[in-house]
Design a protein around this ligand. Structure first.
Ligand SMILES: C[S@@+](CC[C@H](N)C(=O)[O-])C[C@H]1O[C@@H](n2cnc3c(N)ncnc32)[C@H](O)[C@@H]1O
Length: 342
């Protein structure tokens, strides 16, 4: 099926639209069907709310974060005007800090400076104060290691700590499945590339042969810089997320990484993970080969199915059945187009 190009907003491109509509929406619909209800969202929608517009039919609650004060006000108004039936809160501040503090920068509420806790909303069947989001959409600006946080030695830690915090806030392990989406630019300084490589190298100690092969692949040169950075971000995020999830007794289902072209033509990396509470022992949950070997995709034709294809280099020894099981939530025609059943 060929679709006419749709109007795109400031934060979008045809490829970003395809990621939102044919990848993320399929994943979130699958989640909504599995848990049997509409979803609560925490993330960075921007004032154009394009992700929310695309996912609106399956959303019940939205907690929006924005660090730019003008956009923050616009988001507040846009949510009221465009989604009057959705329950929404808006939080001002750097999202890593909002996650770590469970609140944004205090703003004027009824003549007093106040910041509502992010967790302070009502979701049926979940205790008040629980951090109860089914989808966490970290659609950041800039690279994986943000330069906005001034002290250089702290900045990777701050983002990493915020990501880890998502797993030990009193909720995720107790209340069920949820999805984490992360989007970052595929540009990094040489010192940031060195940091990511050092992290992957440090994971080699005591690792199995399978993990060593995977890390070797992720550290190997690629046909271009964006692909090289994508493999590093894919590997580092997978290891961080797998460890944090395992500590919270959550099973990780990586759903794939996509390298696509953003609004200004810049290369972007989109990572998706799904989590579910598990009864097994911790060691059974940390499957590094499983998280490291999730498929890496790129858009094929953003205007026609199957939308995506596999990047030319893939993690070693992945069978087509394994690739298909990571991507099982996609429409069958999309899945078959990416990776036919063997
Ligand atoms: C890429 S846009 C979001 C697009 C939206 N998710 C969509 O799909 O339509 C990112 C928005 O979040 C804000 N933002 C980016 N990084 C942020 C951060 N670290 N903390 C808070 N706000 C951030 C930007 O100002 C912008 O409004």
């Amino acid at each position: 099926m060929i679709c006419a190009p749709r109007r795109r907003g400031y934060y979008s491109s045809d490829e970003k639209d395809a990621v939102r509509r044919y990848f993320d929406l399929a994943l979130l619909q699958n989640l909504s069907q599995t848990i049997g209800s509409k979803l609560s969202y925490f993330g960075l929608p921007s004032e154009t709310l394009q992700d929310l517009k695309t996912w609106e039919p399956i959303l019940a609650y939205v907690a929006a974060v924005e660090r730019n004060a003008k956009k923050y006000r616009k988001i507040e108004q846009a949510l009221i005007m465009q989604f009057p039936e959705l329950r929404c809160t808006t939080h001002l501040g750097e999202i890593d800090k909002v996650i770590l503090n469970n609140r944004g920068t205090p703003t004027d509420i009824g003549g007093q400076k106040y910041a509502t806790p992010v967790s302070d909303h009502y979701v049926p069947d979940i205790p008040p104060q629980a951090w109860a989001f089914d989808v966490v959409n970290l659609d950041y600006y800039g690279p994986f290691l943000p330069s906005e946080i001034p002290e250089v030695q702290n900045r990777p830690r701050d983002r990493a700590n915020a990501l880890r915090k998502l797993f030990n806030i009193d909720r995720q392990d107790a209340f069920g499945r949820w999805v984490l989406l992360i989007t970052v630019e595929a540009t990094l300084s040489n010192s940031d590339i060195a940091l990511l490589k050092a992290y992957l190298n440090s994971a080699k100690s005591g690792a199995s042969g399978e993990v060593l092969t995977m890390i070797g692949y992720l550290l190997s040169a690629a046909s271009d810089k964006a692909e090289e950075i994508t493999k590093l971000v894919h590997g580092v995020t997978a290891l961080m997320v797998a460890t944090a999830a395992s500590n919270a007794n959550l099973r990780v289902k990586p759903r794939g990484t996509i390298l696509y072209s953003g609004a200004k033509g810049q290369s972007m990396i989109h990572l998706a993970y799904e989590f579910e509470p598990a009864q097994e022992t911790l060691s059974a949950l940390v499957s590094w080969p499983l998280v490291l070997s999730a498929p890496i995709l790129k858009p094929k034709n953003p205007l026609a199915a199957p939308w995506f294809e596999l990047l030319s280099t893939q993690p070693p020894s992945l069978t087509s059945e394994e690739i298909r099981s990571y991507l099982e939530f996609l429409e069958p025609s999309c899945l078959d187009g990416i990776c036919p059943a063997s």
